[in-house]
Every structure is written in structure tokens, then in C-alpha cells.
Design a binder for this molecule. Structure first.
Ligand code: ATP
Ligand code: LTN
Length: 332
């Protein structure tokens, strides 16, 4: 079986984009590959976090994975900070990575700008800059072959590939070269209030996203007030990003093709379309939200699942780090 791996930051909410772009593909991959799925709490710390909130968000992410269909028996599910080898390997890869290549990471450029600090050099954490190296360590530590992620993470997976190749060249075959797995449709769900920006947790307005925990009426309101483009036709078009995005969501949550949906709305308006879309999203998310709530109510069970996953991950990580240290010449 191939090895696949993905992770999500515990930064409060999870939205429909996270579910479609990353979690759903992972749920499918756990049937055909050996999946590791974890919660990257050290990545979350690259921007300021309140300890009480972070703890809550880690448990929420675990409940969300389970509620969305991750099976902790098939999948190794754990918390990143429990496996110290991630940060150990990140240090080693820091010595392989070049400042110039990290400066080219678009997520770093966007996020450091958004932080809006007086002076870039004073205000942005070194962690935010180094974030992709820690992500490379996450991936390479487990001999990962496939990394299911949304479009925005492709550049980071490519960096992991570059670092693995550079290391292998310098020290001999050590790392497997990972492949990003990006779904054809839905790898970049756009914001409901601005279809030129991706749906994002850190959006300034909650109207931008549909949270996995939004109640049915909130979902309905958000979809009914989603921006639309000029023109009235319900049809995908490169120049009409808002309706294209809504059609993509409709297609994914109903598992119908975009063409068949377009066909059903010939001669009808946005009002009818949005009403039906809202109901489709509500039916899709309702059972997931209910399952997440059930898991959230049992903290002991969540901790038990994460502990069990950490024990399994630790064995693999220790084995790999031993080999890496040998390659580096630091094993005496
Ligand atoms: P932020 O926007 O605040 O950086 P995020 O919403 O991108 O956060 P992450 O934890 O960074 O959330 O992403 C988790 C996973 O979800 C990644 O694989 C990412 O590619 C995917 N993802 C995030 N946003 C979207 C989106 N709008 N459409 C599809 N996939 C997405
Ligand atoms: N940077 C990713 C989260 C992440 C990740 C990983 C994804 C951290 N380590 C390893 C896949 C594989 C993000 O979604 N923001």
C-alpha cells in the first residue's frame, strides 16, 4: 500500500474548503493507502495563540477529522507536537533549505503582509517564515508518497520534494520524493463574499466561509447572501468566478456533474439556484456536524485516540530519524 499523509492547523474553525480540498480526499485515501493524518499545533503557533484556545482547537480538529469520516483504526491520527522528531528533522532540513526559496513562498508573503505589523523584520515570527520547512519534515519523516492538499499547499509540497532531492544527492538515498494530490474540481473553493479570494479561516468576515459547525439557518443565510456575477445564467464561465464557485460546491456536495446542474437551471434565476444549493449544503453538513458534536462531548475518548495514534507514529518517526542521523555522520 502507498503511504499518504496530510495535516491541518488547529486554528479554530474548519470550513467547507478544508473539508472539500483536504479532508474528503484523505477520507477516500484511507481506503487504498496507509494514511497518516495529524493536527499541526506547532504550525498554528507561527501566529500568536492563546494556550486555552489552542488546546480547545486541537481537540476540535480531532473531533472534526473523526466526524468527517477518518477512521482511527485504519489511519494514524495524532498531534504533531507529540512527535519530537518533526522538529528535529525540521532543524536538519533548515540547514538544507535556502533563504531565497523560502522567500518565494506565496503563503509567507500573503500572511506576513496580512499581519500588518509596523516593521516586517520586527513583527513576523521566524516560525512563519520557516513553516514550509517544518511541513517538509512532517512529510519526509514518514516516507510519504502522496500528499492530499488544496491548491494553496502545492508550492509547499514542491519545496518538500526539492529538499528531499537535495538531501539525497548530498547524503545518499534517504527520502522518498512525495507527490501532491490535488483534486481536479474543488481544490480551491472561493470565498462566498469575494470569489477572487480562496475560502479561508483567517478571512476578515465569517460570511466568507461556511464553517463545519454552522447551524442550518446560518448556512442558508450565508449562501443566500453570497456574491454573484453580472448576468443571470447559471453556467460556469472563467469570467464569472462567483457562479462557477457555487456550481462547483453544488456539484461536490450532491455528487452530480456541473453540466447536469446547469441543465436543471436553464431559464431559472439565482434565487431558485441558491435556495437549492443551500438545502444541498445543509443536508451534506448536518450529519457531519452532529458527529463532530458527539465526538467533542467525549474528551477522554479523543485523547485516547490521539495517544494511540502518537504511539504508532512515534515508532515510525524514531526508526526514520535513526537512519537520517546515520546518513549525516552524527551517529558515533
Ligand atoms: P488560512 O486560510 O487561515 O491559512 P486555511 O483555511 O487555508 O487557513 P489550512 O489549515 O491552512 O486552512 O488548510 C488545511 C487544508 O485545507 C490544506 O490542505 C489546504 O490546502 C486546504 N484548503 C484550505 N482552504 C481551501 C479552499 N478554500 N479550498 C480547498 N482547499 C482548501
Ligand atoms: N501547511 C498545511 C498544513 C500542513 C500539512 C503538513 C499538510 C502541515 N504539515 C504536511 C500536508 C502535509 C496547511 O494546510 N496550512
Amino acid at each position: 500500500m502507498k503511504k499518504s499523509l496530510t495535516a491541518i492547523q488547529p486554528s479554530g474553525i474548519l470550513h467547507l474548503g478544508n473539508l472539500i480540498g483536504a479532508i474528503e480526499p484523505a477520507v477516500q485515501l484511507q481506503e487504498t493507502s496507509q494514511l497518516s493524518m495529524f493536527i499541526v499545533d506547532y504550525h498554528a503557533m507561527t501566529v500568536p495563540q492563546k494556550p486555552v484556545e489552542l488546546r480547545k482547537n486541537i481537540l476540535f480538529a480531532a473531533a472534526a477529522y473523526l466526524g468527517c469520516g477518518i477512521d482511527p483504526v485504519k489511519t494514524t491520527m495524532f498531534q504533531q507536537s507529540r512527535i519530537s522528531e518533526h522538529t528535529e528533522l525540521a532543524w536538519i532540513l533548515n540547514c538544507v533549505a535556502k533563504i531565497g526559496e523560502l522567500e518565494r513562498m506565496t503563503q509567507y508573503k500573503d500572511k506576513s503582509q496580512k499581519l500588518n505589523v509596523k516593521s516586517q523584520s520586527e513583527g513576523v515570527s521566524v516560525g512563519l517564515f520557516d513553516y514550509p520547512v517544518l511541513m517538509a519534515a512532517d512529510i519526509l519523516l514518514y516516507d510519504t508518497e502522496v500528499v492530499p492538499v488544496g491548491e494553496d499547499q502545492k508550492q509547499h509540497v514542491e519545496l518538500a520534494r526539492d529538499l528531499a532531492e537535495r538531501f539525497n544527492k548530498q547524503f545518499g538515498e534517504t527520502f522518498v520524493i512525495p507527490e501532491p494530490k490535488i483534486r481536479a474540481e474543488g481544490a480551491r473553493i472561493m470565498g462566498l463574499d469575494d470569489a477572487t479570494k480562496k475560502m479561508s479561516k483567517s478571512a476578515t468576515s465569517a460570511k466568507s466561509y461556511i464553517s463545519l459547525m454552522d447551524e442550518s439557518d446560518v448556512i442558508r443565510k450565508k449562501i443566500m447572501s453570497a456574491v454573484t456575477d453580472s448576468g443571470t445564467e447559471i453556467r460556469t464561465d472563467r469570467n464569472r468566478p462567483a457562479i462557477t464557485n457555487l456550481l462547483t460546491i453544488f456539484s461536490i456536495v450532491t455528487r452530480r456533474s456541473v453540466e447536469s446542474i446547469e441543465h436543471s437551471y436553464v431559464g431559472k434565476g439565482y434565487g431558485d439556484f441558491k435556495k437549492d444549493l443551500a438545502e444541498a449544503v445543509v443536508s451534506y453538513l448536518d450529519p457531519i456536524r452532529a458527529k463532530i458534536q458527539t465526538y467533542l462531548a467525549d474528551e477522554t475518548e479523543l485523547k485516547h485516540i490521539l495517544n494511540d495514534g502518537a504511539e504508532r507514529a512515534k515508532k515510525q518517526a524514531q526508526f526514520k530519524m535513526h537512519r537520517i542521523r546515520q546518513k549525516l555522520g552524527i551517529t558515533l
